[in-house]
Design a protein around this ligand. Structure first.
Ligand code: ATP
Length: 923
């Protein structure tokens, strides 16, 4: 079981870990830690050196042997091995050797590709790092989960992924999704009771296991096992591991390949029998049948798909979109609608309070970002209420408004964020909305530390998107036990809790609801995010806080309105999406007016449009049958709850949309799963959301979604290009041989020569198409219909055209060479070179499916040029090197033959160019 605990500290006689069977104080003792202050940093360093990083050992998907083995598990390999055996039996040892060598080379290439694709996927792991909140020497820190050591005190809240195995030391209403471990999909409630040692893992309610997800509540626990020593490590299930899953496309292609292979093998069998029945020598017919099978099977296809997808994954990662599930590389290119959050995605999530409003006045706030520099500017109509007690905190600005002081204090006290100077900048820990309120309070001269010293926090109600407010209860340190409740949250929601409002002297008066709403609307119309604050005095503080006791009893203190600048690239990315035929919708928890202003700023709407916005409440009143229409029409969805998000996605999908959806909260998981492409936020998103998503944006930026769509489209384009390029060769090879068998003549190309063509060109030429840069029109054409076949009718016609040209050209050239006195070997060599020459010239044409070859930047794909160079060198070797002549039954040919070959290849290019032109003109 290894080093579960600091060396030698496992209680004597316990077989394996039994931390669930120990009371907390014993676990604390065992790990030399503390439930309040955690470990000491020096001790952390020591333990880190002793126990290593908190990482699961990488699963080596099947290992090297497995990967190599898989390469042999392929119908073409069976055909080749069988034909090598028969050829050897017929004493064609050299041919059998060549066939075996080809099998080996093919295996090696497949293996290398798989290793590279794996490496590309592995590299993604390090891009989506999980962070853990720990307490070390009394200070709360956010560290990469890898840096956890046994004994660390970890803090957890809803949305977090448990970073190691923990023994809970305190908790509040904690529920955990342990499906990753136990398969049980219902979240389980946790508690702290000491359990019998025999309790099975699934029932250890006082433990948290690495890889499980906290879906509700908060808690703290002591790390008892890390990395491979955790339960998760032991059962070797790596959550969130990116496995090379079969994608719809790879599955479709695999099916296509199998059917095609079976059909070709049957055809080869029939051809063999027909030849033998006609009295041809069986050996020759066997060779011909093998040539037919080997030529017609498109063996390069599966490898090309894998490589194209892996390259797509890598390119997306470079643009900060980390793919968690491979199939999504295909889907993202065909997305027709993107539903995105507002805060952080369209905007920077850099909040600065700009305006403060109280029942007594309106104030400006100067300063930028999270720097504490700035002032609160008095209202235009300076309030000079004859207060006997000047608000101490605002003395320096001469503002005398008690409500303002309480508004700032509520914002600061009902707050879990922190702001810290790091070098020249101020860094936020926690929610930027809360950080902004903390900074505003500082500008107003409020000393939170002083307040908390006298009135420590006693209880709290966390902010959730459903509740839309946060509340904290503070109780006096004095024995009198009086206290306060502070609330901050969405204006409508806080107003529901308020019975009165505070006047400038700090007294309560009846709430003028409409005045508050009007003020909030005016601020939201300016694009500001508005939160209301309220307070309540408690004569003698009660223990718990559940929200119900607040209804109607709070006193509104004011509004805080903050600016969150739109992201620089948002407007251009929205425009790019719209040009690409992708609708963009904003789904936000914020107020509809704020949302509409931001939407207009990033170009989602052209100013106020009727029907452009729907609120969550309105969504609930729309009957199910009219919902899809309404959702299609609207662009902005405000005050939307996570479960309404799910309905929105379903409504869009019912209209045939392929929908991408962003989400960051715990409750966004169902909508993320339902969406065709679920996108989570690498920076601000919860682990639960990341877990449910297909793509993680490492920068949370909307522009990255647009980039991913572009890359997705390019992957598809390059795959289609590869197919259009490779299929004519296979068809033509098959047809040439079939014709030779049926006509009873000499084979124009031998099986080993066909193997040479297929194997070398697939790698040196075809794969290079996967590196093709994006076509200029990529983001101005409409999305690909999900059910559209890979090859459109126009492309199928082109495939047939090129096949026909190849068959006719080979047939003519082979016959012509023989009539001008060439040997059979020389005529075959010319035929092989013709195939490759046509493939090369056609390759340049395939770099774009629509534009003519000369309009494509000639040096746009250096890999392709390198491939062509290699292939040409290979052809020269095949034709003139004696060893190659012997192995592949080729012979040197003269200049005149080369001229004929190049002439025919140019003719073929011309025909393709004419075909492209006709297509462009709409024929
Ligand atoms: P988006 O969904 O685009 O990210 P959002 O961040 O505004 O939008 P939520 O986080 O769900 O959405 O917030 C909804 C509302 O809840 C906000 O408009 C605000 O009034 C209130 N709110 C947000 N954060 C807090 C918080 N930390 N404490 C109290 N209230 C909050």
């Amino acid at each position: 079981m290894g080093n579960k605990t600091p060396a030698g500290t496992t209680p004597a006689g316990t077989p394996g870990p039994a931390h669930h069977g120990l009371p907390v104080h014993e676990v604390v003792l065992l790990f030399g830690t503390d439930t309040a202050t955690g470990l000491d940093p020096a001790e952390v360093v020591r333990r880190r050196a002793q126990f290593g990083a908190n990482m699961l050992p990488r699963s080596r998907r099947g290992g090297i042997a497995g990967k190599l083995g898989r390469q042999f598990n392929n119908p073409l390999v069976y055909v080749l091995l069988a034909s090598a055996a028969v050829t050897a039996f017929l004493r064609g040892f050299l041919d059998a050797g060549v066939i075996l060598a080809v099998v080996l080379v093919n295996t090696l290439i497949g293996f290398i590709q798989e290793v590279r694709a794996d490496a590309a996927l592995d590299a993604l792991h390090s891009m989506v790092r999980t962070h853990a909140a720990v307490v070390r020497r009394g200070e709360r820190l956010s560290i990469p989960s890898e840096d956890l050591v046994p004994g660390d005190l970890v803090l957890l809240e809803a949305g977090d992924r448990v970073p190691a195995d923990l023994r809970l030391v305190r908790l509040s209403a904690m529920r955990v999704d342990e499906s990753a471990l136990s398969g049980e999909s219902e979240p389980v409630a946790k508690d702290q009771v000491v359990l019998p040692r025999s309790t099975p893992v699934a029932d250890r309610r006082n433990m948290l296991y690495s890889g499980t997800l906290v879906t509700a509540g908060t808690g703290a626990g002591i790390v008892v096992a890390i990395g491979g020593e955790t339960e998760l490590g032991e059962i070797h299930r790596l959550i969130g591991d990116i496995r090379p899953e079969a994608t719809p496309l790879t599955r479709k292609l695999a099916r296509f390949s199998t059917t095609l292979t079976a059909a070709i093998l049957a055809l080869a069998g029939v051809a063999f029998l027909a030849g033998v029945a006609r009295g041809e020598p069986p050996e020759e017919m066997f060779t011909a049948a093998v040539a037919l099978a080997v030529g017609a099977i498109p063996e390069g296809l599966p490898a090309a798909v894998t490589v194209a997808l892996a390259i797509g994954v890598r390119r997306m990662a470079r643009r900060r979109a980390v793919v968690r599930r491979l199939p999504v590389v295909e889907t993202i290119g065909s997305v027709t609608v993107i539903c995105s959050d507002k805060t952080g995605t369209f905007t920077e999530n850099q909040m600065t309070v700009r305006v403060l409003w109280t029942p007594a006045g309106r104030y400006g706030v100067t300063g930028t970002g999270y720097s504490p520099e700035g002032h609160i500017i008095p209202p235009s109509t300076i309030h000079t209420g004859g207060t006997a007690q000047p608000p101490v905190c605002l003395g320096r600005d001469g503002i005398r408004d008690e409500a303002l002081r309480w508004c700032l204090l509520a914002g600061a006290a009902c707050n879990d964020a922190g702001v810290r100077r790091e070098g020249a900048t101020w860094q936020v820990r926690g929610d930027p909305t809360e950080a902004a309120m903390l900074v505003a309070a500082g500008k107003g001269g409020i000393s939170l530390a002083e307040f908390l010293a006298g009135w420590p926090r006693h209880a709290e109600l966390a902010f959730t998107p459903e509740r839309q407010f946060m509340a904290t209860m503070h109780r006096s340190a004095h024995p009198d036990g009086t206290g306060f409740v502070f609330v901050k949250g969405a204006v409508e929601r806080v107003l529901e809790l308020c019975g009165g409002e505070m006047d400038a002297q700090g007294g309560a008066r009846p709430l003028r609801r409409q005045a508050v709403v009007n003020a909030a609307h005016a601020l939201a119309d300016g694009g500001l995010r508005v939160l209301a604050t309220a307070m309540m005095r408690l004569p003698a503080a009660t223990g718990a806080l559940d929200g119900t006791e607040l209804e109607g009893r709070m006193t509104l203190t004011g509004l805080q309105a903050m600016h969150d600048p739109p992201r620089e690239a948002a407007a251009s990315s929205v425009l790019a999406c719209r040009r690409a035929g992708v609708a963009v919708k904003m789904i936000t928890g914020d107020h509809v007016r704020t949302a509409l202003t931001v939407a207009a700023a990033v170009g989602l709407t052209n100013g106020p449009e009727p029907g452009a916005a729907l609120t969550g409440a309105e969504l609930d009143t729309i009957p199910a049958d009219r919902l899809p229409d309404a959702v299609e029409r609207a662009t902005v969805f405000a005050r939307v709850s996570p479960e309404q998000k799910l309905r929105l996605i379903q409504a869009l999908q019912s209209r045939g949309h392929v929908a991408a959806m962003t989400g960051d909260g715990v409750n966004d998981a169902p909508a993320l799963r339902q969406a065709n492409v679920g996108i989570s936020m690498g920076r601000s998103g919860t682990e639960v959301a990341k877990e449910a998503s297909d793509i993680v944006l490492t920068d949370d930026d909307f522009a990255t979604i647009e980039a991913a769509v572009e890359e997705g489209r390019n992957v598809f384009d390059n795959l289609v290009k590869f197919m259009v390029w490779t299929l004519p060769t296979n068809m033509a090879e098959g047809l040439v041989i079939l014709a030779a068998i049926l006509a009873g003549g000499t084979l124009p190309i031998l099986p080993t020569q066909i193997l040479w063509i297929n194997m070398t060109t697939a790698v040196a030429l075809g794969l290079m198409l996967a590196f093709e840069p994006k076509e200029p029109g990529l983001m101005t054409r409409p999305p690909r219909a999900p059910d559209r076949p890979l090859l459109t009718w126009a492309l199928t016609v082109r495939v047939m055209l090129v096949s026909a040209l190849l068959v006719a050209g080979t047939w003519w050239l082979f016959g012509h060479e023989l009539t001008v006195g060439a040997s059979v070997a020389q005529a075959r060599t010319s035929a092989v070179n013709l195939f490759v020459a046509v493939e090369v010239s056609y390759l340049f044409s395939c770099r774009s499916l629509t534009r003519p070859a000369w309009r494509i930047r000639p040096f746009g794909n250096r890999w392709l040029l390198l491939g062509v160079g290699l292939q040409s060198a290979g052809q020269v070797a095949l034709t003139y090197v004696p060893l190659m002549n012997e192995l592949f039954h080729t012979a040197p040919i003269g200049l005149d033959a080369w001229l004929r070959i190049l002439g025919l290849a140019m003719l073929a290019s011309l025909a393709v160019a004419v075909d492209k032109r006709l297509r462009r003109q709409g024929f």
